[in-house]
Write a protein that binds this ligand. Structure first.
Ligand code: BES
Ligand code: ZN
Length: 626
């Protein structure tokens, strides 16, 4: 270690051991700040405004060699703090390219959840900090896929997942949602591959594997994303299209054909789309989510491709995030419902606009069933307060907020408000909310105040806002949906569970929507004979029907009832699909019986090479921590 580095390290050590540092913050206050923001960074003293990335993507070694060039606003501090997790820092300089001067840095104590603070010694007028780094095999955001895990099976693939706090594992950054930055990037990839980011994107491959990207609107850094692979573009409308491996291009273009209509419907409700282009990127099966709203380029799971467009509400959801989430962003992860609850509400409005009220209610009802289950299980857990919309995530993984509470309770809060004030007024209010907070971040309290001042007070309406936001369970005034179509399938499910013959109604059954099948399967008795499940499989072939939503629902019921005949198909599914929403309940059910648990562990050990870190971590928690 250089002498000056030792001095700087000592300085930082002293800074953190004394009761009060220069900025007047005590050690405790700093800890509180980190607990609230899930970040070590000192953005109130110095904050990134623009980030330029120079990235070299090396598939051979599975390493990204990078330089993160931060252009910052410095209010006069001599230390900048960044978040890093499992990154190797090579050197840090200050100053513009060509005039860079190396500076000292110090990496603080590593935390399993948050990673470590990176303290950089600067001058009180420094605004340019350049961090030279490389990623490691433990850079959790990145999924590196061998060719056999892609559709084409010839080229490798890689992508990143930043939300909630994984960006720090592939970029040294101030990793918190309340700081917005613009960014640009020079990315070098192997010659025959295409690179895409949540930014302006190429439509064809470059000759030499070099790509330049620009995101001119300020975004929170969890939305920075990169994908590299053998990728082809299909245009779907004048400002929208879908990227995928060439093998899937045709299917993708057909599945997502309604994308231009969705954009139009969304704009009609909440005003102009602010990001220019809107494209989809269909990733390999390991992608842990149905979709991720990376701006200009939503990432989606190939499980959405069913051939019958029955799962496109996920696209409506990710598109809706272009307003709720990307334009108006949750200030902390405790306000996560502002991102997701608004988006589920808006998703349903888009679906209603295009496919009608009945279709929209069917989707909302399915989600409501999930909310009811989750309210029960969280209510009985160690953290019953997690049924509040405003969460308490201090010292906890923000990932824990990803439950139906934020999504569906949040959406039903807004649906209930809409019903109370009327759609016209509610839409006007929401439009003004998106306008007022565009490119800003919002806390639950900001929203609550805005709601009171702009909607409730002027219209003389009293509403139990506080109960919805800060108390558990579901308030009594929550609106109830009961789409008539479901009555029939629910009755059929009960009849069948009780031993009645339903197969004479074949005509009805052969015409069911995906969502009706789901409600049918959920409507079957929780304890049902294996022979009855076998009979349904023989009749309808659920276990290998190809629709991931139906299969996941079916496997779950099967596992819970000891239907081991599904194991070959279930194993195939678990090895192929890395989407956590499916994996989590199935592995949980498997972990409940010891014979199943052994089998599940074997399958998981084989399957995990095809899972993203996000899914691996969740499933390990289910199979091994118990
Ligand atoms: N933004 C989320 C995904 C997310 C949330 C990733 C929190 C990491 C942390 C995305 O918009 C989402 O909600 N995806 C859902 C789809 C949706 C239709 C409910 C999913 O993947 O299941
Ligand atoms: Zn979402």
């Amino acid at each position: 270690m250089k002498y000056s580095t030792i001095i700087f390290s000592l300085f930082i050590f002293v800074l953190f051991s004394c009761e009060e540092n220069k900025s007047g913050k005590t050690k405790n206050q700093l800890a509180n700040r980190t607990e609230l923001t899930h970040s070590f960074s000192n953005t109130s003293e110095i904050a990134t405004k623009h980030l330029h990335l120079d990235l070299d993507i090396d598939f051979e070694s599975r390493i990204i060699y990078g330089v993160a060039r931060h252009k910052m606003i410095n209010s006069g501090t001599d230390t900048a703090i960044f978040d890093i997790k499992n990154l190797e820092i090579q050197k840090i300089t200050i100053g513009a390219v060509g005039k860079e001067v190396e500076t000292n840095y110090f990496i603080g104590k590593y935390d399993e959840l948050l990673g470590a603070p990176l303290f950089v010694k600067i001058n009180n007028n420094t605004t340019k900090i350049n961090i030279y780094y490389r990623t490691t095999p433990n850079s959790e955001a990145i999924d590196w896929l061998a060719p056999h895990l892609t559709a084409g099976k010839i080229h490798p693939f890689m992508y990143t997942q930043g939300e909630a706090i994984l960006t720090r594992s592939w970029i040294p950054i101030q990793d918190l949602p309340s700081n917005r930055i613009t960014y640009s990037a020079n990315v070098k990839v192997p010659k025959d591959l295409m690179a895409l980011m949540s930014a302006s994107n190429p439509k064809v491959k470059s000759e030499d594997g070099n790509y330049f990207f620009e995101m001119k609107q300020p975004v929170p850094c969890y939305l920075i994303a990169l994908a590299v692979g053998d990728i082809q573009y299909s245009e779907l409308g004048k400002n929208c299209g879908v990227y995928s491996e060439p093998e899937l291009s045709k299917e993708c273009a057909s599945e997502f054909i309604d994308l231009p209509k969705m954009i139009k419907a969304a704009e009609k409700i909440y005003g102009k789309y602010q990001w220019g282009q809107y494209d989809l990127m269909v990733l390999p099966y390991s992608f842990p989510f149905g979709g991720m709203e990376n701006p200009k380029l939503t990432f989606v799971s190939p499980t959405l491709i069913t051939g019958d467009r029955s799962l496109v509400s996920v696209i409506a959801h990710e598109l809706a995030h272009s307003w709720s989430g990307n334009l108006v962003t949750n200030a902390t992860w405790e306000d996560f419902w502002l991102n997701e609850g608004f988006t589920v509400y808006f998703e349903n409005r888009i679906m209603e606009e295009i496919y009608g009220k009945e279709a929209a209610d069917i989707l909302a009802y399915i989600e409501f069933q999930e909310l009811e289950n989750e309210l029960k299980s969280i209510g009985d857990s160690d953290f019953p307060e997690d049924t509040h919309l405003k969460l308490n995530l201090k010292g906890r993984d923000p990932d824990l907020g990803m439950t139906s509470i934020a999504y569906v309770k949040g959406a039903f809060f807004l649906k209930t408000l809409e019903e109370k004030v009327g759609r016209k007024k509610f839409d006007r209010f929401l439009k003004s909310y998106f306008k007022r907070y565009a490119f800003k971040t919002v806390t639950t309290e900001d929203f609550s105040r805005f709601l009171q001042q702009k909607l409730l007070q002027p219209n003389n309406i009293s509403f139990n806002t506080k109960e919805w936001l800060y108390r558990g369970g579901l308030p009594n005034n929550c609106i109830v949906l009961d789409p008539p179509r479901f009555k029939k399938v629910q009755k059929m499910a009960i009849d069948y569970s009780e031993g009645k013959n339903i197969f004479s109604k074949k005509l009805v059954l052969s015409n069911l929507l995906t969502q009706e099948w789901i409600v049918f399967i959920r409507g079957l008795s929780k304890n049902i004979d294996v022979s009855k499940l076998e009979r349904l499989d023989a009749e309808f072939g659920f276990k290998s029907c190809g629709n991931s939503e139906i299969m996941a629902e079916w496997y779950l019921l099967g596992v819970r009832n000891g239907y081991t005949g599904i194991r070959p198909e279930l194993k195939k599914f678990l090895i192929k699909v890395g989407r956590r929403k499916y994996l989590e309940p199935i592995y949980t059910a498997l972990s409940e019986k010891s014979a199943d648990l052994e089998w599940a562990k074997e399958v998981f050990e084989e399957a995990k090479k095809n899972y993203h870190f996000v899914s691996i971590k969740t499933i390990e928690g289910i199979l091994y921590v118990k």
